[in-house]
Ligand binder design. Structure first.
Ligand code: GLP
Length: 263
């Protein structure tokens, strides 16, 4: 795992978008794993800007989102389908048939989950999985005690996740679904690369537990410590509780691979 600390949220977002863009340019048939949440909005703004200003081309990419709420129709303003349409798909040239999210309205949710895994395998697996972190340390919607080898499945949301995400449902808890389909921790760990972006002081405590604490299903993001190619990009606020921050800063300032991003 490699932790990169940037001075501000904007700088962290920009670096994450630059790394995604570099990968997409290198391999046009790129398979990009996508995440939702407030943290990702800036990344999608930046990718959209690069698409129009720098000809970043997604025409041959496939995308797979981590999760979707159960019982929320894709056209609902509260669905992750709609989030993705609004923040990314309507602004870049990803082919609609290649932009995949789980269908939370499927009559047979277990079959839908198996189908989603099948689709990912069919395109050769996810090249780069973008991730945020939930207040309770979840990746996707892998809530505490999710098996670290879990696959795409239905999962009940914790009270902490409901409280964090109710803002996306107009603050109305009655509108909030209680369950979601999510890629499993095991599914996420099979991505060839993982890129977790974490910003803001509200994430400082959980980030330190995920990155420097023990690997535990109580904090499913800690399973990323097992991944051979995982980069964690954070701003100074989120990095506040990291014990190794001087070392992480040294890496960014001195390792040749980061030279193009230091300016
Ligand atoms: C949701 C998503 C996660 C995301 C998390 C954090 O729970 N399922 O994938 O990481 O939100 O979101 P935010 O960036 O809004 O804190």
């Amino acid at each position: 795992m490699e932790v990169i600390i940037r001075p501000t949220k904007q700088a962290a977002i920009k670096l994450a978008a630059q790394l995604i863009a570099k990968s997409v340019r290198r391999k046009p048939h790129f398979v990009l794993g996508l995440a939702t949440g407030a943290t990702m909005e800036g990344v999608y703004d930046e990718l959209a800007r690069m698409h129009s200003a720098e000809k970043l081309d997604f025409s041959r990419c496939h995308t797979f989102n981590l999760d979707e709420y159960v019982g929320v129709p894709p056209e609902s303003p509260f669905s992750y389908h709609e989030y993705m349409r609004k923040h990314l798909f309507s602004r870049v040239n990803i082919h609609p048939l290649c932009a995949h999210l789980p269908n939370g309205m499927a009559p047979d949710l277990a079959a839908e989950c198996r189908h989603y895994e099948h689709l990912m395998r069919e395109v050769g697996g996810v090249d780069l999985q973008l991730l945020g972190i939930g207040r309770d340390g979840h990746i996707g919607f892998n809530e505490p005690l999710s098996a670290l080898r879990s696959r795409t499945r239905e999962k009940a949301l914790t009270p902490s996740t409901l409280a964090a995400n109710v803002k996306f449902f107009g603050g109305d808890m009655d509108k909030m679904p209680r369950r979601a389909i999510t890629m499993g921790v095991g599914t996420i760990l099979e991505a060839h690369n993982c890129l977790m972006l974490v910003t803001g002081d509200s994430k400082a405590d959980i980030l330190a537990r995920a990155v420097e604490g023990p690997i535990t299903s109580m904090v499913t993001a800690s399973a990323l410590q097992l991944h051979p190619h995982c980069q964690v990009i954070v701003d100074e606020e989120a990095a506040a509780n990291l014990q190794g921050k001087d070392y992480y800063r040294w890496i960014f300032e001195n390792e040749p691979e980061w030279a193009p991003y230091r300016a």
